[in-house]
Design a protein around this ligand. Structure first.
Ligand code: AOS
Ligand code: ZN
Ligand code: ZN
Length: 391
């Protein structure tokens, strides 16, 4: 049986990064339902993220998105990083945005016009400057680039432009900074997407160098895709940069991680556990990438962090010796039973205990509701902002 002290130690080592855009107003193209008290500035987003960390104890990193979190003026980003530190959190990934300008209608780093590619690369360079100023170690890239019709552009030429653009930015990174390249099956392009799958991302990363890695966003696959297989292969190659966790019923729904299919989240984390992905040296970033359109935002982020933590605890509870023995003996049902026993374990008591050992309340959602922060921000913050999508 797994040693509970070791499981608790692994839970203590895990860091779950929350997205700044999860704290702002968001919605669909049909309607953004504004909520009272949402942050008006990136500084206030960090204040909310700090609350999530305060009650969960595992969310000390916050992802920025540029330009949604742009800070004007000299020393602005250093101030933002200092503000984070004062509240017990720090800046995680810096996420670029090459999809909201009119210039990017036909793409950004893959655009046929060199001037547009230059503009996109300049933006990515600005993101690296922000990493330098904030102490961020990871540049996270998602490109909306692609085409809508056969013949619209040359598939291979677009890959070449992508490679050249990424190489310029990769060269600019410091030795301790990484490039994380996300893939997405479709949307906003509907015929080809320039980085549609893990294979394309992997091929681009391998050409760039050791510090370029693939990001698996759980919402970015075709229905039925075996995401844990992808995770296992990327870990085997040392190229899993991290996750954008969220959950989906249909496509890129960006709902709370673990909400739609907690078993899939467990299967993914089971592969992480089995392939060394929780070891500090593996440097796998466990990030959330989600928005909260109809539910209260800070409690939804807390719930998502808890869902990832619960799935992690179950994955760590898999009896690996018993599993290996069953696999070696060709005991199909026995091996499956070992995995299912862990999944079917109720870990809420274990996690409550783990929190109390750290001076945290056993139920973070209830503790947040009782702390008065929500009432305070509703009173103090007037005119909160939209996160950026559809702005
Ligand atoms: C887009 O579909 C991707 O999931 C991005 O990771 C992300 O939602 C966006 O770029 C915010 O940074
Ligand atoms: Zn994502
Ligand atoms: Zn997405």
């Amino acid at each position: 049986m797994p040693d509970i002290a070791a499981v608790k130690a692994a839970l203590t080592d895990q860091r779950i990064e929350t997205p700044s855009w999860g704290y702002g107003n968001s919605g669909t193209r049909f309607k953004v339902f504004a909520q009272a008290g949402v942050p008006r500035t990136p500084f206030e987003k960090l204040d909310d993220a700090a609350k999530v960390h305060e009650f969960t104890g595992v969310a000390p990193k916050v992802a920025l998105h540029i330009p949604w979190d742009r800070v004007e003026g000299p020393g602005g980003y250093a101030k933002l990083a200092a503000h984070a530190r004062e509240r017990g959190v720090r800046i995680g990934t810096v996420n670029s945005n090459t999809f909201q300008d009119d210039d990017y209608k036909l793409g950004s780093v893959c655009h046929p016009d060199a001037k547009v590619r230059r503009k996109a690369v300049d933006h990515l360079m600005e993101c690296v400057d922000i990493m330098d100023a904030t102490g961020s170690k990871d540049l996270k890239l998602w490109f909306a680039d692609g085409t809508n019709y056969p013949g619209q552009d040359d598939i291979v030429a677009r890959q070449d432009r992508l490679a050249a653009s990424l190489a310029t930015v990769y060269e600019r990174l410091a030795d301790d900074q990484r490039m994380l390249l996300e893939y997405k099956l479709f949307e906003p392009s509907f015929y080809t997407t320039d980085v549609p799958d893990w294979g394309t991302s992997y091929l681009q990363c391998v050409r760039l160098g050791e510090r370029a890695r693939v990001v698996v966003d759980t919402g970015h696959h075709a229905p039925g895709t075996n995401i844990e297989f992808i995770v296992a292969l990327l870990l085997r190659e040392g190229r899993l940069g991290g996750f954008d966790f969220n959950s989906r019923f249909y496509a890129d729904d960006d709902l709370m991680a673990g909400a739609a299919d907690p078993f899939q989240l467990f299967r993914i984390l089971h592969e992480v556990a089995g392939n060394g992905g929780f070891a500090p040296g593996a440097d796998v970033a466990f990030m959330l990438d989600q928005c909260h359109n109809v539910e209260a935002k800070i409690p939804a982020v807390i719930r998502s962090v808890m869902n990832v933590q619960e799935a992690t605890a179950k994955a760590l509870l898999v009896d690996r010796d018993a599993l290996a023995a069953a696999q070696a003996a060709g005991d199909v049902l026995g091996a499956n039973a070992v995995v299912m026993d862990a999944y079917n374990t109720d870990v809420r008591g274990l996690l409550g205990e783990w929190r109390q050992e750290r001076g945290l309340a056993p139920d973070p959602v209830a503790a947040y509701a009782a702390c008065g922060w929500q009432e305070r921000i509703v009173t103090e913050r007037v005119g909160g902002r939209q996160a950026g999508w559809g702005a």
